[in-house]
Design a protein around this ligand. Structure first.
Ligand code: HEC
Ligand code: HEC
Ligand code: HEC
Ligand code: HEC
Ligand code: HEC
Ligand code: HEC
Length: 276
């Protein structure tokens, strides 16, 4: 099909928009949404011209919704992915977005926007091997996590990398368990939430998933921490190191103090004896 001399393959809907938004249309044509009877207007609204008509900015009028806010983006996706969207809206990520914490993950942070691919595609951000880096792009970033303010650990990826689950992958095997295998794709919750897959009470079920550690019991779970040696950052200071230094100083201080007391004790004893 041709519009204004530009050759556009595929859906009629792309033509009206391609003229002015070629990058978005090109991305879209690579995505899983392409050739599924979905067009730009399914998400953005607007008016699709029949090929041959003059393309003008007026196509962005009828029911045009433009760019959604990060929290309202779910309204775009829920039309076709209602179940996933409902689950996601219960997650810590959407709950935090709703509270105005704009750094929390929206659908497009994990999946991309116009270039969404199936997770089975090795190029997808949500392909199992790429998930750790995708989560880490926020969870390792102290500014995005506002770690200094919320006291959130930013070494989840580092600690995970040291675990058996990822080591097996680095040494040429598969990723044994990726972040979302334990934290869920969409039902991601805080550890303290009783519904969280990583809540202490639910760990036997999470670790004991088929193909994982069937029959995992509490002894097994206590035996292997996933994010071992975590640290909490206060600004740029690693709180764990701070605590260590604090103890070293305290111990040195106490030793000096005790020795001082003993010396004082001995000298005062001498004095007492002299007076008698
Ligand atoms: C004649 C050119 C033209 C056509 C055709 C056109 N647009 Fe636009 N579009 C623009 C311009 C100009 C802007 C403003 C860009 C900016 O603000 O940076 C814009 C902005 C947008 C935005 C962002 C709006 C916002 O809230 O920031 C979206 C989404 C969009 N267009 C979607 C579409 C869709 C979908 C189509 C096809 C139905 C379409 N456009 C067709 C020129 C066009
Ligand atoms: C599955 C839903 C969906 C479809 C289909 C879709 N978009 Fe978008 N588009 C979005 C979302 C969501 C955003 C906001 C980007 C973000 O915040 O990640 C967006 C943003 C935009 C923007 C603003 C870009 C910017 O950087 O601010 C333009 C322009 C746009 N889309 C054009 C199009 C065109 C043209 C098509 C058709 C090829 C299209 N979109 C198809 C969901 C969609
Ligand atoms: C108009 C309907 C429609 C809308 C709106 C829509 N999708 Fe889709 N989506 C589909 C269809 C159809 C598929 C293909 C399903 C298939 O091939 O099994 C799909 C596939 C996907 C996949 C790949 C699933 C897989 O198999 O790995 C993801 C991820 C996805 N969509 C995310 C989104 C996101 C995020 C939004 C909102 C920004 C959105 N979709 C909006 C219809 C839609
Ligand atoms: C776009 C950035 C971003 C991405 C991508 C992201 N997260 Fe988050 N995540 C956040 C923010 C921000 C919070 C909220 C922290 C807070 O204020 O409690 C959060 C909270 C969480 C929490 C609850 C922890 C807590 O202390 O609140 C878990 C668990 C979590 N994310 C896991 C994941 C996993 C697993 C992935 C990848 C599949 C992921 N996140 C991807 C930004 C992101
Ligand atoms: C924190 C990251 C993250 C967010 C936010 C997120 N997803 Fe996903 N999503 C994933 C991961 C990871 C997978 C699965 C990868 C796999 O199959 O191993 C997935 C799978 C999917 C699938 C295909 C499998 C299924 O469960 O049906 C669809 C469709 C989908 N997501 C849509 C969405 C939509 C719509 C939103 C927003 C309402 C969203 N996702 C928000 C990470 C995310
Ligand atoms: C094998 C399972 C497993 C994998 C893989 C895993 N985690 Fe965890 N994660 C846990 C468990 C269990 C906890 C809670 C106990 C703890 O803190 O060690 C946790 C805690 C967390 C928390 C803090 C939650 C809270 O509410 O305080 C975040 C954030 C987090 N993980 C992110 C990640 C990210 C990002 C990845 C991937 C790079 C990842 N996790 C990989 C099991 C896992």
């Amino acid at each position: 099909m041709a519009a204004g001399g530009l050759v556009v393959s595929g859906q009629t809907g792309d033509i009206s928009c391609f003229h002015c938004h070629s990058k978005e249309v090109n991305d879209f044509q690579e995505s899983i949404h392409f050739n599924k009877d979905i067009s730009c207007t399914d998400c953005h609204g607007g008016d699709i011209k029949i090929s041959g008509e003059v393309v003008s900015i007026n196509v962005m009028h009828t029911n045009f919704t433009g760019v959604p806010s990060r929290v309202n983006m779910t309204e775009f996706c829920s039309r076709c992915h209602a179940e996933v969207t409902n689950t996601y809206e219960e997650s810590i990520h959407w709950q935090r977005l709703k509270e105005g914490r704009v750094e929390a993950a929206a659908c497009t942070d994990c999946h991309g926007t116009h270039n969404i691919l199936s997770s089975k595609d090795p190029d997808s951000q949500t392909h199992s091997e790429n998930i750790p880096l995708m989560c880490a792009s926020c969870h390792e970033n102290q500014t995005k996590m506002q770690a200094w303010y919320y006291g959130i650990s930013t070494d989840r990826f580092d600690t995970y990398k040291k675990s058996y689950h990822y080591k097996a992958y680095i040494s040429g095997g598969e990723v044994l368990a990726t972040c979302s295998d334990c934290h869920e794709n969409h039902d991601t919750r805080q550890e303290s939430d009783p519904k969280s897959a990583v809540n202490q009470a639910n760990l036997p079920a999470t670790c004991g998933k088929p193909d994982c550690h069937q029959g995992a019991n509490n002894a097994f779970i206590y035996g292997g921490k996933v994010h071992e040696g975590q640290s909490v950052y206060l600004g740029f200071i690693d709180a764990k190191k701070l605590v260590t230094y604090f103890y070293i100083i305290m111990i040195l201080f106490e030793i000096t103090f005790t020795i001082g007391l003993i010396i004082l004790g001995i000298t005062s004893n001498f004095e007492l004896r002299r007076r008698h």
